[in-house]
Design a protein. Structure first.
Length: 331
């Protein structure tokens, strides 16, 4: 799927503000001689993985008039931590393909994925502990612990719900909202590094959560109209995207077609399924949710000082809110 104009705008901003640290994060584990036995999966990550976390940390720091250079070490550490989340989430969700490509878990299996994720997390904390001033380090590690504990809690609930076969759209949305704490925490840490006030830190935290939910809804919708192996795999393993779950709960014909996937190894049903999915009211529903979160995100920025970083955060959320309109066929 080609990038929309809105996606190009977002990527340009994130590259400008975080490209240097993102590139560094891709090779820092690969350059460690003690990890030579993990060279193959780490080389895989170097080629396939590129995280935008550094830009959000820097933008948040600058939005409270902090020094961008002060955020670089934390941005590198948080990028590696986000890698850990991504790898382990793929294992938990049994995600072998993502964005038309194999995941690390899909390529190398569960054991290697868990080990690699753990190494990324350990390296992240090592970087933070070496260079961060004591007072800020405590605030940052407390924020990270809160993020980890909340994400672990929702993941454990998700696993149990899947076991019982009662996973519904409301459960998936709860999981997505919980995962939004990830980006919210990264912006919070950027504001802490920039010596923002408690009010500024709280506003940037909430901005990050609203933006994360917008991006998450759009990524979820893309998977629901994805004619590649990813959608078929998710349906057969009973892990459909949130938007697919919502549509299934609002369309009896779609639900009947969904049931045909059970035991069917052919992908011939996918095209019909996506066409029927798009005939529901799901795109209108998601558009309303995105617009609601866009307004809430912008509201968080109003009390921040006028800076170029604030302008970029506004542009990011406005551009993010346009993506769905560009990817929905004939919309």
């Amino acid at each position: 799927m080609n990038q929309t104009e809105a996606e190009q705008t977002i990527n340009q901003i994130l590259e400008e503000y975080g490209g240097k640290i993102a590139s560094r994060a891709r090779v820092i584990l690969l350059e460690d001689p003690t990890l030579k036995d993990l060279r193959e999966p780490l080389e895989f990550l170097r080629k396939r993985w590129y995280d935008r976390t550094p830009a959000f940390v820097r933008l948040s720091c600058e939005a409270v008039r902090g020094n961008a250079e002060d955020s670089e070490t934390a941005a590198l550490a948080l990028t590696l931590m986000n890698l850990c989340f991504t790898i382990w989430d793929d294992v938990i969700d049994n995600t072998r393909y993502k964005r038309f490509m194999s995941t690390l878990f899909g390529k190398f299996g569960q054991e290697t994925a868990i080990i690699t994720g753990g190494i990324a997390s350990a390296k992240a904390f090592s970087i933070l502990n070496k260079t961060m001033p004591e007072e800020k380090r405590k605030r940052i590690t407390d924020s990270i612990w809160k993020m980890w504990s909340q994400m672990a809690s929702i993941e454990s609930i998700t696993v149990e719900l899947r076991k019982n076969g009662v996973f519904q759209s409301k459960n998936k949305l709860r999981k997505m909202r919980s995962e939004a704490i990830n980006l919210g925490t990264f912006l919070k840490i950027g504001a802490i590094i920039g010596d923002g006030s408690n009010q500024e830190i709280n506003h940037l935290t909430m901005y990050g959560r609203y933006l994360a939910l917008i991006l998450g809804l759009e990524e979820d919708f893309k998977i629901s109209i994805n004619l590649s192996v990813e959608l078929a795999e998710r349906i057969r393993s009973h892990r459909p995207p949130y938007t697919t779950l919502w549509a299934l709960e609002h369309s009896t014909p779609l639900k009947k077609l969904f049931e045909k996937f059970e035991g069917n190894k052919e992908d011939s049903l996918i095209k019909e399924f996506v066409e029927m999915f798009l005939s529901t009211n799901v795109s209108s529903f998601v558009s309303k949710e995105i617009e609601k979160n866009r307004k809430l995100a912008q509201l968080q920025l109003r009390t921040l000082p006028d800076t170029s970083a604030k302008d970029m955060l506004n542009l990011l959320v406005n551009s993010a809110a346009k993506i769905l309109d560009d990817i929905v066929p004939d919309n």
